[in-house]
Design a protein around this ligand. Structure first.
Ligand code: 4AD
Ligand code: MG
Length: 465
C-alpha cells in the first residue's frame, strides 16, 4: 500500500479508510488490552498515534517496538478520542523495519541536554528539537532563494577553492596535495608550490564576494549561497569554522539602498519562518525560550535604527560615564566587541541596528572610502541576542583608490589583477553584503549555540561525523 506522510495523515478526514504510514517510534505505552505507539516520520513535529489491540497483536510481537524502532503500519484511520490529536490509526498490520535495542540506543524518551546531543549528532535529527531546527533550516534556505528570485537576482556559484583572501584576515584553510612529510623548499626556505595541484598556494574561500562582484558587473544583481570556511580559533557560541553565507551583490546602488535591502531581506526571512514553520517555532518557544515568537514578530514590525559608528561610540562612552562596565575599552577606532553591540541593540535602542561609516582601519580593503578620508561605507546589521548578523558595504569602485588601499595593506597585487579589472573596464558603483546563515538560524530558532543550528558543526578540535 502507498505510504501517506504523517503530516498529511494528520490532516485527513477520510475516516475508516485504509492507510499506511512509516516512521520511527517515539514512545510506546499501554495496558493489558491495548498498546499506544507514537510514530514520527520527520514530516512534522507532530506524532501520529497508532493503536494496537492486544487481541490482534501478541505481546511478544510488540516487544521489539521500542523507542527508536522503525515501523511500517497499515490500518484504519479513525477519529481520535485522545486529547490534542484529531486522528489515529487502528493498526491491522505492523512490519518492523529496524529495531533499536533499549539497552544501547542513546536516545531514550527523557529529555537530553543539548551538549549530550552534540556528541551524538548522527542521531540528534531524530529528536523533536533538532527535527524542528532542521525543518526550519530548510525553510530559511527556501525563503532566501525565493526572495532573491522574486526580486530579479541570479544565483551565481562562486568557487570554494581560491588563491585570494577576500577578507584579508589570514584565516584560511590551505588546500594542497603536497606530501607534508617531504616539503620542497626554495633557497630562502619558502615552500615551493609550483608542483602542487594548482601550481600555486590555494585555500578554502572565506567569502564569495570578490567573484560575486565580477558577476554583478555583468548580470546586475546576483547572490551566492554556499559554504565558507574560516580558520579563526574562536571557540564561541557564534563562530563556526565551516558556515554558510548568503552574499548578494548589486550594481548601481548606494549605501541607503543597501541598507533598505538588508532590512527588507531580513524581515522577509523572519516573516517566512512565522508563516511556514509555526508548529516548530511554537515547540521551540515552549521548550526553550518563551519570548521567541514575540521577538520574531517584533523584528518584522520594527524599523531598524541606522547609526553611524561615531555616534555609536558616543553612546557607549556615555554609558561608561554613567557606570556601565564593559570588559573591553571603548574609544573611537576600536573594533566593537559583542558586548558593545549587544548594549546598543538590547539595552539602548531595543531594536536591530544597522551601523555605518566605520573607521577604515578595522574594515576590509574593498570598502568605499568616505569624503572624510577616515571612515568607510560599511553597513553591518546588529541583532538582539546575536550581535553582527550581516556584514556589508558599498564597494570602492575607483581604481586608483582601491589600488592605493591594496598597496597600503601589502596585499599581493598580482593575485588581484582579475578583481581590479572590474575597476578598469566599465567600473560601476555597487554594493553588497554577507549574511551568516547560521547566525540567522540562531535568531530564528532562539537556540543559544551555533553548533545546534547546523547538522554537523566544524569548530576548533572537532570534525566528527
Ligand atoms: O563580516 P564578514 O566577514 O563579511 C564578509 O565576508 C563579506 N565579504 C561579505 C560581503 O560583503 N559579501 O562575514 C559576513 C557574515 C557575518 O556578518 C556573520 O554573520 C557571518 O558572516 N560570519 C560567521 N558566521 C559563523 N561563523 C563564523 N566564523 C563567521 N564569520 C562571519
Ligand atoms: Mg564582519
Amino acid at each position: 500500500m502507498k505510504r501517506t506522510v504523517i503530516i498529511d495523515a494528520l490532516k485527513s478526514t477520510d475516516f475508516n479508510s485504509q492507510i499506511n504510514v512509516k516512521g520511527w517510534v517515539r514512545t510506546r505505552r499501554g495496558n493489558k488490552n491495548v498498546a499506544f505507539i507514537a510514530l514520527n516520520d520527520g514530516s512534522t513535529i507532530k506524532n501520529i498515534q497508532i493503536v494496537a489491540d492486544l487481541d490482534k497483536f501478541s505481546e511478544e510481537s510488540l516487544k521489539p517496538i521500542t523507542t527508536g524502532a522503525c515501523l511500517s503500519v497499515t490500518g484504519r484511520l479513525v477519529e481520535s478520542m485522545g486529547k490534542g490529536q484529531t486522528v489515529e490509526i487502528q493498526a491491522e498490520e505492523i512490519e518492523i523495519y529496524g529495531t533499536a535495542d533499549p539497552e544501547t540506543y542513546p536516545l531514550q524518551k527523557k529529555g537530553h541536554t543539548l551538549e549530550y546531543l552534540r556528541d551524538i549528532a548522527h542521531l540528534r535529527p531524530r529528536t523533536n528539537t533538532f527535527g524542528a531546527v532542521f525543518r526550519i533550516r530548510h525553510n530559511m534556505a527556501m525563503a532566501i532563494h525565493t526572495y532573491f528570485h522574486e526580486h530579479g537576482y541570479f544565483y551565481f556559484h562562486t568557487p570554494l577553492i581560491t588563491a585570494s583572501d577576500c577578507e584579508g584576515a589570514g584565516q584560511m584553510f590551505q588546500v594542497t596535495t603536497k606530501n607534508l612529510y617531504n616539503l620542497k623548499k626554495d633557497e630562502n626556505g619558502k615552500i615551493d608550490y609550483s608542483d602542487d595541484f594548482f601550481g600555486k598556494q590555494t585555500s578554502l574561500t572565506v567569502s564569495g564576494q570578490l567573484e560575486g562582484e565580477l558577476a554583478a558587473m555583468a548580470l546586475g544583481k546576483i547572490y551566492t549561497f554556499g559554504p565558507t570556511f574560516r580558520a579563526e580559533n574562536s571557540n564561541t557560541p557564534r563562530h563556526l569554522a565551516e558556515f554558510w553565507m548568503i552574499e548578494p551583490e548589486v550594481a548601481f546602488i548606494q549605501a541607503d539602498e543597501l541598507m533598505d535591502l538588508e532590512e527588507d531581506f531580513l524581515k522577509y526571512c523572519v516573516n517566512w519562518a512565522l508563516e511556514h514553520c509555526i508548529d516548530d517555532l511554537q515547540f521551540l518557544n515552549d521548550m526553550f525560550d518563551k519570548t521567541l515568537i514575540e521577538r520574531l514578530r517584533s523584528v518584522v514590525n520594527t524599523e531598524f535604527v541606522r547609526l553611524p559608528y561615531t555616534k555609536g561610540i558616543e553612546i557607549l562612552e556615555e554609558a561608561v560615564r554613567s557606570g556601565k562596565q564593559f570588559e573591553f575599552p571603548v574609544y573611537w577606532g576600536c573594533d566593537l566587541a559583542s558586548e558593545h553591540e549587544r548594549y546598543l541593540v538590547e539595552e539602548h535602542f531595543r531594536k536591530p541596528v544597522i551601523m555605518t561609516d566605520y573607521p577604515k582601519e578595522i574594515k576590509a580593503f574593498y570598502m568605499k572610502l568616505n569624503a572624510d578620508g577616515k571612515t568607510v561605507q560599511g553597513t553591518d546589521v546588529l541583532f538582539p541576542a546575536i550581535g553582527e548578523i550581516i556584514g556589508g558595504s558599498v564597494r570602492e569602485e575607483n581604481y586608483d583608490k582601491l589600488v592605493a588601499e591594496i598597496e597600503r595593506r601589502n596585499i599581493p597585487m598580482k593575485d588581484m589583477w582579475w578583481y581590479l579589472d572590474t575597476r578598469r573596464f566599465g567600473a560601476a558603483p555597487h554594493a553588497g553584503f554577507g549574511l551568516g546563515f547560521e547566525r540567522l538560524m540562531l535568531f530564528v530558532t532562539g537556540m543559544q549555540n551555533i553548533r545546534d543550528v547546523i547538522p554537523f558543526p566544524r569548530t576548533p578540535k572537532t570534525a566528527e561525523f
